[in-house]
Structure formats: C-alpha cells, structure tokens
Design a protein around this ligand. Structure first.
Ligand code: AMP
Length: 215
C-alpha cells in the first residue's frame, strides 16, 4: 500500500493517516514528526531546521529527500505532510519510478479555515511519541498527560493562531498545485474532514473498499 495524505494543517490528515497505517500494518511517515524529532534531539539536522520550522516555513527539499528515501524504497508507506510542494511531488514521482512503483491513492482531506483555527487552538501533542489530542474532542484520560506513553503534552509553537494562518497561506500557495498534479494522474480521492474522527475514517475506508472492489 502506497498512499499520500494531503490536507491543510489541522484538517485531520495526520490522525487519519496514523489510524489507517495501524489498521493496514503500513508505516506511517509524518515528515513533520520526523523533523521535530531531529529538533528535540538537537542533532545536526535539528539545528539546521530549527528557525525555519519555528516560523512555519518549509524545510529544504534536500533534507526532506534524505528522510523519505528509505521509506519509498520499502514500497509500503502512508506519507503525511509530504509532498508539500510541486518539486517534492516530482521528486517522489522520480523515486517511485526508479523503484518501478507508483502511488495507489492520494487522499485529500478537506475542511474550512475557520474550523482549522478552532481545532488547532485546542490541539496538544506529545513531543515524545507524536500522539495528538484536542481539548474540544479527543481529550487524554488525564489532562496534560499522554495516554500512550505518559509524556507531558505541549502546544506546538507552530500551532499558535498567527503561525497557523501563515502555514495555511503557505499551504494553499504551494500544495494545491500538487493536488492538481495528482488529479491529472487520476489518483485523488477528496474526503470531507468534517465530523467525528470515526466518521472520517469510515469515509476513507469506504473509498479504499470501493477502489479495491473496482466498482
Ligand atoms: P506538520 O507536522 O506536517 O504540520 O509539519 C510541521 C513543520 O515541519 C512544517 O511547518 C514545516 O516547517 C516542516 N515540514 C514538514 N513536512 C515538510 C515537508 N515535506 N517539506 C518541508 N517542510 C516540512
């Protein structure tokens, strides 16, 4: 299974990508989580990307390419947050082609900006294991503590409203052309991100079943 999840930050694509990966036994690859992991470690890559990540900008393609390459080579992945630009989409096309593969599907999770702002202001993430919670829905059992690993939950610097607005603008400018690119290849399934997490998952699974059944 080779899938790409697209959607504005806060549309819920990360949550859905994680659930689907667990269900189908495929690796969930969030470039955002991996990059944050480098920042937390403070390694060479972490130091290089810190400023651009904290201001909501995009990390250079060369760094992202190094991160995703090993996952592409396994041929089983759900990408979440990658590709983020048209040049990254071309880079992925080339890598897949070199390995004699193609994408199975691109899921585009859509939702309005107002709902994104509302959701993100309540978003708490675990810096240790990457779990995502929300104070409006999907609360952890104990406030401020990760259910999965017991880590202390934080609000990401890049989830503050001005940064979210900047990220949305960057998203629409750079990412929408990618959707068009994949539409041209007949790969895009647009999924409404409204409603409960479960409802969205059901929509995605129905689409997968529909495609597999060829009907
Ligand atoms: P995310 O968790 O996907 O919202 O990503 C958080 C931040 O990580 C973004 O605002 C970017 O700074 C960086 N990032 C994640 N994925 C990519 C990517 N594919 N290309 C460039 N920067 C990325």
């Amino acid at each position: 299974m080779r899938l790409v999840f697209m959607g504005a930050p806060g549309a819920g694509k990360g949550t859905q990508a994680k659930l689907l990966a667990a269900r189908y036994g495929v690796k969930h690859v969030s470039t955002g989580d991996i990059l944050r992991g480098h920042m937390i470690k403070g390694d060479e890559i972490g130091l290089e990307i810190k400023d651009v990540m904290q201001s909501g900008g995009l990390v250079p393609d060369s760094i992202v390419a190094g991160i995703i390459k090993p996952f592409v080579e396994t041929g089983r992945f759900i990408f979440d947050g990658f590709p983020r630009t048209l040049s990254q989409a071309f880079m992925l096309d080339e890598m897949l082609e070199r390995n004699g593969m193609g994408l199975d599907r691109v899921f585009y999770v859509t939702i309005t900006d107002d709902i994104i702002i509302e959701r993100m202001s309540g978003r708490h993430t675990c810096p240790f294991c990457g779990a995502i919670y929300n104070t409006l829905f999907n609360k952890p059992g104990e406030a401020g503590t990760c259910d999965k690993c017991g880590g202390t939950l934080t609000v990401r610097d890049d989830d503050s409203e001005p940064v979210v607005r900047r990220r949305l603008a960057a998203y629409y400018n750079l990412t929408e052309p990618i959707i068009e690119h994949y539409r041209g290849m007949g790969l895009v399934s647009e999924i409404s991100g409204f409603g409960e997490i479960n409802d969205v998952t059901k929509r995605i699974e129905a689409e997968i079943a529909h495609r597999r059944g060829g009907g």
